[in-house]
Design a protein around this ligand. Sequence first.
Ligand code: TYM
Length: 332
Amino acid sequence: MATVLSAIQTTNQLHLGNYLGALKNWIPYQDEHRCFFFLVDLHAITVPQDPQALAENTLISAATYLACGLDPQKSTLFVQSAVPEHAELAWVLTCHSSMGELSRMTQFKDKSSKHGAHIPTGLFLYPVLMAADILLYQAKYVPVGDDQKQHLELARDIAGRMNQQYQKNLFTIPEPMIQKVGARIMSLANPDAKMSKSDPQAGATIFLTDSAKDIEKKFKRAVTDSGSVITDGDVSAGIKNLFSIQAACLGKTPEQVHAGYVGRQYGYLKVETAEIVNQVLEPIRTQTAQILADKGQLLAILDDGATRARETARETLNAVYNSVGFIRKSTL
Ligand code: TYM
Protein backbone atom coordinates (compact mmCIF):
# COMPACT_ATOMS: atom_id res chain seq x y z
CA MET A 1 0.00 0.00 0.00
CA ALA A 2 1.59 3.30 -1.09
CA THR A 3 1.78 6.07 1.48
CA VAL A 4 -0.06 9.36 0.98
CA LEU A 5 0.81 12.33 3.13
CA SER A 6 -0.06 16.00 3.37
CA ALA A 7 -0.31 18.83 5.86
CA ILE A 8 -1.55 22.38 6.40
CA GLN A 9 -0.06 25.18 8.48
CA THR A 10 -1.96 26.37 11.52
CA THR A 11 -1.15 30.05 11.12
CA ASN A 12 -4.84 30.90 10.85
CA GLN A 13 -8.07 29.10 10.08
CA LEU A 14 -8.23 27.11 6.87
CA HIS A 15 -9.49 28.81 3.73
CA LEU A 16 -11.23 27.89 0.51
CA GLY A 17 -7.89 27.51 -1.33
CA ASN A 18 -6.67 25.01 1.29
CA TYR A 19 -9.90 23.09 0.88
CA LEU A 20 -10.19 23.03 -2.92
CA GLY A 21 -6.46 22.79 -3.62
CA ALA A 22 -5.60 20.25 -0.93
CA LEU A 23 -7.90 18.92 1.82
CA LYS A 24 -10.83 17.94 -0.42
CA ASN A 25 -8.51 15.83 -2.55
CA TRP A 26 -7.09 13.88 0.39
CA ILE A 27 -10.37 12.21 1.30
CA PRO A 28 -10.58 9.65 -1.54
CA TYR A 29 -7.08 8.31 -0.79
CA GLN A 30 -8.12 7.03 2.63
CA ASP A 31 -9.63 3.75 1.45
CA GLU A 32 -6.76 2.41 -0.59
CA HIS A 33 -3.63 4.02 0.80
CA ARG A 34 -1.72 4.35 4.02
CA CYS A 35 -2.44 7.98 4.89
CA PHE A 36 -0.78 10.52 7.17
CA PHE A 37 -2.45 13.93 7.44
CA PHE A 38 -1.26 16.47 9.97
CA LEU A 39 -1.21 20.06 11.17
CA VAL A 40 2.14 21.78 10.94
CA ASP A 41 2.61 24.03 13.95
CA LEU A 42 6.44 23.92 13.75
CA HIS A 43 6.07 25.52 10.32
CA ALA A 44 3.62 28.07 11.70
CA ILE A 45 6.19 29.56 14.09
CA THR A 46 8.57 30.41 11.24
CA VAL A 47 6.80 33.78 11.50
CA PRO A 48 5.71 35.30 14.85
CA GLN A 49 2.51 33.81 16.29
CA ASP A 50 0.28 34.69 19.20
CA PRO A 51 0.55 31.49 21.33
CA GLN A 52 -3.11 31.41 22.29
CA ALA A 53 -4.25 31.99 18.73
CA LEU A 54 -1.86 29.30 17.47
CA ALA A 55 -3.28 26.75 19.91
CA GLU A 56 -6.85 27.70 18.98
CA ASN A 57 -6.18 27.60 15.24
CA THR A 58 -4.57 24.18 15.59
CA LEU A 59 -7.64 22.79 17.34
CA ILE A 60 -10.06 24.39 14.87
CA SER A 61 -8.03 23.10 11.93
CA ALA A 62 -7.99 19.59 13.40
CA ALA A 63 -11.77 19.72 13.82
CA THR A 64 -12.05 20.94 10.22
CA TYR A 65 -10.02 17.95 9.00
CA LEU A 66 -12.55 15.63 10.62
CA ALA A 67 -15.51 17.69 9.41
CA CYS A 68 -14.22 17.45 5.83
CA GLY A 69 -14.25 13.66 6.04
CA LEU A 70 -10.84 12.59 7.30
CA ASP A 71 -11.43 9.47 9.34
CA PRO A 72 -9.05 8.70 12.24
CA GLN A 73 -9.84 4.98 11.81
CA LYS A 74 -8.47 5.08 8.28
CA SER A 75 -5.84 7.83 8.39
CA THR A 76 -3.25 8.87 10.93
CA LEU A 77 -4.11 12.42 12.06
CA PHE A 78 -1.78 14.36 14.32
CA VAL A 79 -0.04 17.60 15.19
CA GLN A 80 3.54 17.94 13.92
CA SER A 81 5.07 19.16 17.20
CA ALA A 82 3.83 16.00 18.97
CA VAL A 83 6.22 13.94 16.83
CA PRO A 84 9.75 15.13 17.69
CA GLU A 85 11.24 13.06 14.85
CA HIS A 86 10.22 15.84 12.41
CA ALA A 87 12.61 18.31 14.00
CA GLU A 88 15.30 15.64 14.41
CA LEU A 89 15.26 14.58 10.77
CA ALA A 90 15.06 18.22 9.66
CA TRP A 91 18.49 18.84 11.18
CA VAL A 92 20.07 15.95 9.30
CA LEU A 93 18.44 17.12 6.05
CA THR A 94 19.62 20.68 6.73
CA CYS A 95 23.15 19.30 6.69
CA HIS A 96 22.46 17.78 3.27
CA SER A 97 21.03 20.89 1.65
CA SER A 98 22.70 24.05 0.43
CA MET A 99 22.15 27.77 0.98
CA GLY A 100 21.96 28.13 -2.81
CA GLU A 101 19.02 25.78 -3.31
CA LEU A 102 17.14 27.21 -0.33
CA SER A 103 17.70 30.78 -1.56
CA ARG A 104 15.99 29.88 -4.83
CA MET A 105 12.67 28.98 -3.18
CA THR A 106 10.11 31.48 -4.45
CA GLN A 107 8.00 31.23 -1.29
CA PHE A 108 11.07 32.19 0.77
CA LYS A 109 11.75 35.14 -1.51
CA ASP A 110 8.11 36.32 -1.25
CA LYS A 111 7.79 35.85 2.49
CA SER A 112 11.24 37.14 3.43
CA SER A 113 10.68 40.35 1.47
CA LYS A 114 8.07 41.29 4.12
CA HIS A 115 10.61 41.13 6.98
CA GLY A 116 13.09 43.85 6.07
CA ALA A 117 16.55 43.19 7.52
CA HIS A 118 15.28 40.72 10.16
CA ILE A 119 14.37 37.66 8.14
CA PRO A 120 13.57 34.76 10.50
CA THR A 121 16.02 31.86 9.97
CA GLY A 122 13.06 29.48 10.24
CA LEU A 123 11.61 30.95 7.06
CA PHE A 124 14.79 30.00 5.22
CA LEU A 125 14.84 26.45 6.61
CA TYR A 126 11.09 25.95 6.22
CA PRO A 127 11.34 23.78 3.06
CA VAL A 128 13.86 21.44 4.74
CA LEU A 129 11.42 20.84 7.59
CA MET A 130 8.76 20.12 4.98
CA ALA A 131 11.09 17.63 3.29
CA ALA A 132 11.54 15.95 6.70
CA ASP A 133 7.74 15.77 7.12
CA ILE A 134 7.46 13.88 3.87
CA LEU A 135 10.56 11.67 3.93
CA LEU A 136 10.00 10.48 7.53
CA TYR A 137 6.95 8.51 6.42
CA GLN A 138 8.38 7.27 3.10
CA ALA A 139 5.49 9.05 1.36
CA LYS A 140 4.96 8.27 -2.31
CA TYR A 141 2.14 10.69 -3.08
CA VAL A 142 1.78 14.21 -1.69
CA PRO A 143 -1.50 15.91 -2.69
CA VAL A 144 -0.91 19.68 -2.55
CA GLY A 145 -1.81 22.94 -4.28
CA ASP A 146 0.30 24.36 -7.05
CA ASP A 147 2.36 26.63 -4.73
CA GLN A 148 4.05 23.64 -3.05
CA LYS A 149 5.50 22.17 -6.24
CA GLN A 150 8.93 23.72 -5.77
CA HIS A 151 9.13 22.54 -2.15
CA LEU A 152 8.32 19.02 -3.31
CA GLU A 153 11.07 19.27 -5.89
CA LEU A 154 13.51 20.12 -3.10
CA ALA A 155 12.34 17.13 -1.02
CA ARG A 156 12.93 14.90 -4.06
CA ASP A 157 16.41 16.37 -4.58
CA ILE A 158 17.47 15.88 -0.96
CA ALA A 159 16.07 12.33 -0.90
CA GLY A 160 17.84 11.41 -4.14
CA ARG A 161 21.10 12.91 -2.90
CA MET A 162 21.03 11.01 0.41
CA ASN A 163 19.96 7.76 -1.26
CA GLN A 164 22.99 8.08 -3.49
CA GLN A 165 25.35 9.00 -0.67
CA TYR A 166 24.25 6.38 1.90
CA GLN A 167 21.93 3.65 0.70
CA LYS A 168 19.64 3.30 -2.27
CA ASN A 169 16.39 2.84 -0.36
CA LEU A 170 16.87 5.20 2.54
CA PHE A 171 14.00 7.39 1.33
CA THR A 172 11.06 6.93 -1.02
CA ILE A 173 11.12 9.66 -3.68
CA PRO A 174 7.83 11.57 -3.26
CA GLU A 175 5.60 12.79 -6.07
CA PRO A 176 3.40 15.90 -5.89
CA MET A 177 -0.26 15.24 -6.77
CA ILE A 178 -1.68 18.51 -8.07
CA GLN A 179 -5.27 18.82 -9.30
CA LYS A 180 -6.00 20.33 -12.69
CA VAL A 181 -8.80 22.49 -11.26
CA GLY A 182 -8.59 24.42 -7.97
CA ALA A 183 -4.82 24.07 -7.44
CA ARG A 184 -4.40 27.84 -7.30
CA ILE A 185 -7.38 29.77 -5.96
CA MET A 186 -6.74 33.49 -6.11
CA SER A 187 -7.49 36.27 -3.61
CA LEU A 188 -10.94 37.84 -4.07
CA ALA A 189 -9.43 41.29 -3.45
CA ASN A 190 -6.48 40.86 -5.80
CA PRO A 191 -6.88 38.12 -8.41
CA ASP A 192 -3.17 38.30 -9.27
CA ALA A 193 -2.21 36.96 -5.80
CA LYS A 194 -3.13 33.54 -4.43
CA MET A 195 -5.71 33.29 -1.65
CA SER A 196 -3.79 33.12 1.61
CA LYS A 197 -4.40 32.76 5.35
CA SER A 198 -2.43 35.87 6.20
CA ASP A 199 -3.80 38.29 3.59
CA PRO A 200 -4.64 41.48 5.50
CA GLN A 201 -6.93 42.84 2.76
CA ALA A 202 -10.59 42.82 3.74
CA GLY A 203 -12.64 40.23 1.85
CA ALA A 204 -9.60 38.62 0.18
CA THR A 205 -9.98 35.21 1.79
CA ILE A 206 -12.95 32.90 2.31
CA PHE A 207 -12.36 31.03 5.57
CA LEU A 208 -14.05 27.67 6.04
CA THR A 209 -15.65 29.01 9.20
CA ASP A 210 -17.13 32.13 7.50
CA SER A 211 -20.89 32.54 7.83
CA ALA A 212 -23.14 32.33 4.75
CA LYS A 213 -23.62 36.11 4.99
CA ASP A 214 -19.88 36.80 5.04
CA ILE A 215 -19.33 34.50 2.08
CA GLU A 216 -22.04 36.30 0.12
CA LYS A 217 -20.59 39.70 1.01
CA LYS A 218 -17.05 38.73 0.06
CA PHE A 219 -18.06 37.32 -3.32
CA LYS A 220 -20.26 40.35 -4.09
CA ARG A 221 -17.23 42.58 -3.53
CA ALA A 222 -14.81 40.29 -5.41
CA VAL A 223 -12.55 42.32 -7.69
CA THR A 224 -13.23 41.60 -11.36
CA ASP A 225 -12.75 44.31 -14.00
CA SER A 226 -14.67 47.29 -15.34
CA GLY A 227 -16.90 45.22 -17.65
CA SER A 228 -20.37 43.97 -16.74
CA VAL A 229 -21.30 41.16 -19.15
CA ILE A 230 -19.41 37.91 -19.63
CA THR A 231 -18.25 37.32 -23.21
CA ASP A 232 -17.17 34.04 -24.77
CA GLY A 233 -13.63 35.33 -25.38
CA ASP A 234 -10.84 35.94 -22.93
CA VAL A 235 -11.96 37.00 -19.45
CA SER A 236 -10.09 38.82 -16.66
CA ALA A 237 -8.21 37.05 -13.84
CA GLY A 238 -10.97 37.86 -11.31
CA ILE A 239 -13.70 36.28 -13.45
CA LYS A 240 -11.48 33.30 -14.23
CA ASN A 241 -10.97 32.77 -10.51
CA LEU A 242 -14.72 32.59 -9.92
CA PHE A 243 -15.05 30.05 -12.76
CA SER A 244 -12.30 27.94 -11.18
CA ILE A 245 -13.91 28.10 -7.75
CA GLN A 246 -17.28 26.98 -9.13
CA ALA A 247 -15.61 24.30 -11.25
CA ALA A 248 -13.66 22.86 -8.31
CA CYS A 249 -16.80 22.83 -6.14
CA LEU A 250 -18.97 21.18 -8.80
CA GLY A 251 -16.46 18.79 -10.36
CA LYS A 252 -16.61 20.61 -13.71
CA THR A 253 -13.97 22.30 -15.86
CA PRO A 254 -13.68 26.12 -15.78
CA GLU A 255 -14.54 26.09 -19.51
CA GLN A 256 -17.84 24.33 -18.81
CA VAL A 257 -18.68 26.92 -16.14
CA HIS A 258 -17.70 29.75 -18.50
CA ALA A 259 -19.98 28.42 -21.25
CA GLY A 260 -22.97 28.66 -18.89
CA TYR A 261 -22.35 32.37 -18.22
CA VAL A 262 -21.78 33.79 -21.71
CA GLY A 263 -23.99 36.86 -22.17
CA ARG A 264 -24.88 37.09 -18.45
CA GLN A 265 -24.03 39.87 -15.98
CA TYR A 266 -21.07 39.61 -13.59
CA GLY A 267 -23.49 40.02 -10.69
CA TYR A 268 -25.09 36.61 -11.35
CA LEU A 269 -21.72 34.91 -11.42
CA LYS A 270 -20.79 36.43 -8.06
CA VAL A 271 -24.08 35.59 -6.33
CA GLU A 272 -24.21 32.05 -7.73
CA THR A 273 -20.57 31.34 -6.85
CA ALA A 274 -21.31 32.43 -3.28
CA GLU A 275 -24.30 30.07 -3.17
CA ILE A 276 -22.31 27.12 -4.52
CA VAL A 277 -19.45 27.74 -2.09
CA ASN A 278 -21.86 28.06 0.78
CA GLN A 279 -23.51 24.76 -0.10
CA VAL A 280 -20.11 23.10 0.12
CA LEU A 281 -19.00 24.85 3.29
CA GLU A 282 -22.20 24.80 5.32
CA PRO A 283 -22.04 21.14 6.41
CA ILE A 284 -18.30 21.54 7.14
CA ARG A 285 -18.98 24.60 9.28
CA THR A 286 -21.74 22.86 11.25
CA GLN A 287 -19.69 19.71 11.80
CA THR A 288 -16.58 21.65 12.82
CA ALA A 289 -18.59 23.40 15.55
CA GLN A 290 -19.99 20.06 16.77
CA ILE A 291 -16.55 18.45 16.92
CA LEU A 292 -15.12 21.44 18.78
CA ALA A 293 -17.77 21.00 21.46
CA ASP A 294 -15.81 17.95 22.69
CA LYS A 295 -12.20 19.10 22.78
CA GLY A 296 -11.22 16.16 25.00
CA GLN A 297 -12.17 13.67 22.31
CA LEU A 298 -10.45 15.72 19.62
CA LEU A 299 -7.21 15.83 21.64
CA ALA A 300 -7.45 12.08 22.25
CA ILE A 301 -7.68 11.47 18.48
CA LEU A 302 -4.61 13.64 17.89
CA ASP A 303 -2.66 11.96 20.70
CA ASP A 304 -3.45 8.55 19.33
CA GLY A 305 -2.43 9.70 15.85
CA ALA A 306 0.89 11.03 17.15
CA THR A 307 1.65 7.73 18.89
CA ARG A 308 1.02 5.82 15.66
CA ALA A 309 2.94 8.35 13.55
CA ARG A 310 5.97 8.08 15.83
CA GLU A 311 6.27 4.33 15.20
CA THR A 312 6.84 4.91 11.49
CA ALA A 313 8.84 8.10 11.99
CA ARG A 314 11.24 6.43 14.43
CA GLU A 315 11.91 3.59 12.00
CA THR A 316 13.04 6.01 9.29
CA LEU A 317 14.99 8.15 11.72
CA ASN A 318 16.86 5.11 13.09
CA ALA A 319 17.81 4.11 9.54
CA VAL A 320 19.02 7.66 8.85
CA TYR A 321 21.00 7.85 12.09
CA ASN A 322 22.64 4.50 11.30
CA SER A 323 23.44 5.66 7.78
CA VAL A 324 25.15 8.88 8.82
CA GLY A 325 27.12 7.11 11.58
CA PHE A 326 25.34 8.08 14.80
CA ILE A 327 25.91 5.29 17.32
CA ARG A 328 23.20 3.59 19.37
CA LYS A 329 23.19 0.45 21.49
CA SER A 330 20.85 -1.01 18.88
CA THR A 331 23.41 -0.51 16.10
CA LEU A 332 26.00 -2.78 17.77
P1 TYM B 1 -0.24 25.83 3.43
O1 TYM B 1 -0.62 25.67 4.85
O2 TYM B 1 0.14 27.16 2.93
O3 TYM B 1 -1.37 25.29 2.50
C1 TYM B 1 -1.93 24.01 2.72
C2 TYM B 1 -2.34 23.39 1.40
O4 TYM B 1 -3.25 24.24 0.72
C3 TYM B 1 -2.74 24.54 -0.57
N1 TYM B 1 -3.09 25.93 -0.89
C4 TYM B 1 -3.81 26.30 -1.94
N2 TYM B 1 -4.37 25.61 -2.93
C5 TYM B 1 -5.06 26.31 -3.86
N3 TYM B 1 -5.19 27.66 -3.85
C6 TYM B 1 -4.63 28.40 -2.87
N4 TYM B 1 -4.76 29.71 -2.85
C7 TYM B 1 -3.89 27.73 -1.86
N5 TYM B 1 -3.22 28.14 -0.76
C8 TYM B 1 -2.74 27.03 -0.17
C9 TYM B 1 -1.23 24.36 -0.48
O5 TYM B 1 -0.66 24.11 -1.73
C10 TYM B 1 -1.15 23.17 0.46
O6 TYM B 1 -1.31 21.96 -0.24
N6 TYM B 1 4.34 23.99 3.38
C11 TYM B 1 2.96 23.63 3.35
C12 TYM B 1 2.53 22.76 4.49
C13 TYM B 1 3.34 21.51 4.65
C14 TYM B 1 3.21 20.34 3.88
C15 TYM B 1 4.14 19.42 4.46
C16 TYM B 1 2.44 19.99 2.78
C17 TYM B 1 4.28 21.30 5.62
N7 TYM B 1 4.74 20.03 5.50
C18 TYM B 1 4.31 18.13 3.94
C19 TYM B 1 2.60 18.69 2.27
C20 TYM B 1 3.52 17.80 2.84
C21 TYM B 1 2.15 24.92 3.43
O7 TYM B 1 2.58 25.91 3.89
O8 TYM B 1 0.90 24.77 3.05
